[in-house]
Structure formats: structure tokens, C-alpha cells
Design a protein around this ligand. Structure first.
Ligand code: F0G
Length: 459
């Protein structure tokens, strides 16, 4: 039998109450949050699709591991368990535990970055870019051109443009390139997968030019699912073999364990170069913690070790990717323009197409995020000109390449009926399209403004 319904491959053992709110209440709540979904109280959210990061439901095995956590300051049993799990998955020898992905980014990119240095990526995630720019270096994104056309089909829209990579290296000189970072899957580019062939092609270019090659691997298992089912040469490999092969082509990896390690906190950096490792260890001990825990508790490390095993299971990955696709395809059927094909951890809506009446400098994505909350209590995030817009030297507004709203799906948290509710809210938003307003920024910080900026509706 060919099953149409995707059943969640788990039973629910513990539940968490959702507080219901009315539309009237939510209008006040979002106004008080300065129309920024990051500033809402999470309790006031019905379906929280802000992020898939740190929001996973842990398994009974992981919770059992929490009790087993060894909290010794140095040489904890849980550290050796995590270290072995990371070595098994990545193949790298030296492992640095950090409290989350960006701490690992700060350690490495601050060390190898600085003024005059260049980083090249398919797309730098926002914390990656911020850490690089904070060091004084420059971050350049070179996704394949197909990656920037929301509705165009390409099996590996997360790929890096290898011709652009060669010309960028030539332009700046290989000695000035601090690292090439391939983000797998490409989060800011739509959660789109990267093919094994592309990881290899980029590797060849990096090796030839002696450039450090890093994989941002926080969604490596989801990527492996796409590779196995879309890339002919990989169809007989296991998900773990695909991941391991990718890692073998790079010099190191940074992983936010808050995604594909199925935990609420954690991260690591893994590499084979002992001299870089030793330099980073000193900074780790000053800023994060001792070498055998970084910023983590023993129990976090236990849960990471178990999560890294569970995430590569076929039943889990099949459910995970199919259920994200389920939401995306329902929205597409309603005529909503989404990044296609649907990515792994999230559905990305083209807000510019949804609200053609709102000009980009009035942030159509912000408007859609606000409307989703007001109408349905759904929390999403704008990934457009609020996040990536800038100003040129004359102070003119430079929009982002796309105006997206991301509906990120927490792992193992929501059921199909929650997702059907999200679809229903979109039906309502379509009816009310003409009422949506643009927004203006009334206050913003210097870096990563989307987290804390204040907005007001225009007109
Ligand atoms: N790299 C990628 C591709 C990410 O998606 C994230 C986090 C990080 C690095 C940083 O990791 O949060 O553990 O410090 N992404 C989250 C998101 C925040 O919502 O997409 P972190």
C-alpha cells in the first residue's frame, strides 16, 4: 500500500500545553512587541515556527541520557561519549565542544579572519557573516544563480557557484582567502541541499589553491536525505556514509547541535589540523570552558551523542523531509509562491509575490510575519531586507536578494493537525491580502538588527 498520510514515527510521552489567544489579544501583543516577532513572549505564540534551532523534542533515550550525564569538570565520561560520536559522524580527529554554533564560529573565524581577509560561501548564515564582519573580514556569497530564483526547480539549489568561486579567488588572491564555507543545507538560501558533487568540486578548487575548506554542517542529516534520493551516484549509500564522504572532502566543520543533533543546546568544531586546534583551545578555555566540556554540561553532551545517532535513521529522516514538503505543497496548491523545491527544515514564502502592493523598502516579509501572528498566533521570521538589507555609501537603501518569510519546523514537535491549522491561517491571509501594511524601522542596533529592531506600520 502506498500511504498518503505521513504518520509521525514516534508516540508522545510528555506533552506541553499551548496557551490559546484571541485575535484581539494578539493585535495588542504584537504592537507591544514593536511588530518584531523575536520580541514576543513565547507563551503568547500558538504555533512557533520561528526556528528549528534548539526547539527539538528529545527522545526518551536522550532524556535517559540526561540523567546519566557526568558533570565532572575535566575528562567527564559524557565528553568522551560525545567526542566519539562526533568523530564517528565527521571523521575528524580534533573536537572542540562549544555551547552553540556561533561560539565555534567566533573561535575559528576570529582567529583566521581580520581586516583584509575574505570568506566565501554558498550563503553565509547571519551569525556566520556577523562573526566574520566583526573580525574585520569580508564575507562573499556565491550561490548558483538558480538558488536565487524562488520558483525555479533545481535538485541542489544550495550548491555553490564554482565558476564564481574561481573568479573570486583570482580577484582577491588565494593568500587573502581565510576560508571557503559551504553551508549544508543552505539555510539563508531556502534550506536547499548541496550535492556531494558540488562539495567535491569546491574541495578540488580549495585544495588546488591551498584554501581552508569548512562545512557548516548543522543540517547535514537532512542534506544527506536529499542527496540519497536525488543524486544518482549516492543512491546506494547510507545517510551516514554520505555525510562522512562530504566531511572527508573538507578540512573541518562547525555544527550547531541545536539542529541535526536533536538537542536544545550545544555545538562543536571538528578538524584535523592540530596546530589550529591547539590555538583555538586556548581561546576556548578563556571564553567557553575547559577543553572537555566547552560551554556544555555533561548531560548536554550525552544528549548530543544520542541525537547524532537518531537523526540518521531512515524513518525519522523520511518523516522529517516529507512533513516539511507537506506544508510547502499545500501552500503551493493555494497559489502561494514558495521556494521550490521545498527545503529540509523550513518552508520559505516569497513575501514580495504575496504582497506585491508593499514595496521592498517597507519590508513585505515583516508584514507577512506580523499578519501570521495576528491572524493565527503563528510565529515566523522575515529573511529579507530586515535581515540582510543595507545602505550604500550615499545612504541609499539596498534591498536583500529575496524577501522571504521562513516557517521553520521544529523537529518532532508538531503533528499534522498543527500543520493543517497553519494552512488554514494562510487561507485567511489570502482573503485579507489587500489590508496588509508595510513597515518602517523606528529603532535598530548596529549588528543583527532583525533580533531586536522596532517597527511601526506605514500609513
Ligand atoms: N549556521 C547555520 C546554517 C545556522 O542555521 C545557524 C543557526 C548557525 C550556524 C548558528 O548556530 O544558533 O547554534 O549559534 N541558525 C538558527 C536558525 C538560529 O534559526 O536558523 P547557533
Amino acid at each position: 500500500m502506498n500511504h498518503k498520510v505521513i504518520i509521525e514515527p514516534f508516540r508522545i510521552k510528555t506533552v506541553e500545553k499551548i496557551k490559546m489567544t484571541t485575535e484581539e489579544e494578539r493585535k495588542e501583543l504584537i504592537k507591544n512587541a514593536h511588530y518584531n516577532t523575536f520580541l514576543l513572549t513565547a507563551e503568547d505564540v500558538i504555533i512557533d515556527l520561528l526556528t528549528d534551532s534548539g526547539t527539538s523534542a528529545m527522545s526518551a533515550d536522550q532524556w535517559a541520557g540526561i540523567l546519566k550525564g557526568d558533570e565532572s569538570y575535566a575528562g567527564a565520561r559524557s565528553w568522551y561519549k560525545m567526542k566519539k560520536a562526533v568523530q564517528d559522524v565527521t571523521g575528524f580527529e580534533f573536537i572542540i565542544p562549544t555551547h552553540q554554533g556561533r561560539a565555534a564560529e567566533h573561535l575559528l573565524y576570529n582567529k583566521i579572519g581580520g581586516k583584509g581577509k575574505i570568506f566565501i560561501s554558498n550563503t553565509h548564515f547571519d551569525t556566520t557573516r556577523a562573526n566574520i564582519e566583526y573580525s574585520g573580514a569580508k564575507a562573499i556569497d556565491i550561490p548558483i544563480p538558480e538558488g536565487l530564483i524562488p520558483e525555479m526547480y533545481h535538485p541542489f539549489k544550495g550548491n555553490m557557484d564554482t565558476e564564481a568561486l574561481k573568479s573570486t579567488i583570482e580577484k582577491y588572491g588565494s593568500e587573502n582567502i581565510a576560508a571557503v564555507i559551504i553551508t549544508i543545507t543552505n539555510n539563508s538560501g531556502g534550506g536547499q541541499p548541496v550535492s556531494l558533487q558540488n562539495v567535491k568540486d569546491v574541495s578540488d578548487i580549495c585544495r588546488k589553491n591551498k584554501i581552508l575548506y569548512i562545512i557548516d554542517s548543522c543540517r547535514i542529516a537532512e542534506n544527506a536525505y536529499f542527496v540519497k534520493h536525488r543524486e544518482e551516484q549516492c543512491k546506494d549509500m547510507t545517510y551516514k556514509e554520505i555525510a562522512l564522504k562530504m566531511f572527508s572532502l573538507a578540512d573541518g566543520t562547525i555544527m550547531s547541535a541545536k539542529k541535526d543533533a536533536l538537542v536544545n543546546m550545544g555545538g562543536f568544531l571538528a578538524l584535523n589540523d592540530e596546530s589550529i586546534f591547539n590555538q583555538l583551545l586556548t581561546t576556548l578555555i578563556i571564553t567557553e570552558g575547559f577543553a572537555t566540556y566547552g560551554g556544555l554540561s555533561g548531560r548536554d553532551m550525552e544528549a548530543i551523542a544520542i541525537g547524532l545517532e537518531e537523526v540518521f535513521e531512515h524513518d525519522y529522516l523520511h518523516y522529517r523531509i516529507r512533513s516539511t514538503t507537506y506544508l510547502g505543497e499545500k501552500l503551493q496548491k493555494m497559489g502561494i509562491s514558495v521556494i521550490s523545491p521545498i527545503g529540509g527544515h523550513a518552508v520559505y514564502i516569497d513575501a514580495k509575490a504575496f504582497y506585491p502592493n508593499i514595496p521592498v523598502h517597507q519590508f513585505p516579509g515583516q508584514s507577512l510575519a506580523v499578519e501570521l501572528y495576528k491572524t493565527g498566533g503563528i510565529r515566523a521570521v522575515e529573511i529579507g531586507s530586515v535581515m540582510f538589507g543595507s545602505r550604500d555609501e550615499q545612504g541609499n537603501f539596498v534591498p536583500a536578494k529575496m524577501e522571504l518569510v521562513r516557517l521553520a519546523i521544529p523537529r518532532r514537535v508538531y503533528t499534522q493537525s498543527h500543520i493543517d491549522y497553519v494552512v488554514e491561517v494562510f487561507e485567511e491571509l489570502i482573503k485579507q491580502k489587500h489590508l496588509a501594511k508595510g513597515y518602517k524601522v523606528t529603532w535598530e542596533p548596529e549588528f543583527l538588527r532583525h533580533f531586536t529592531a522596532h517597527f511601526e506600520p506605514v500609513g
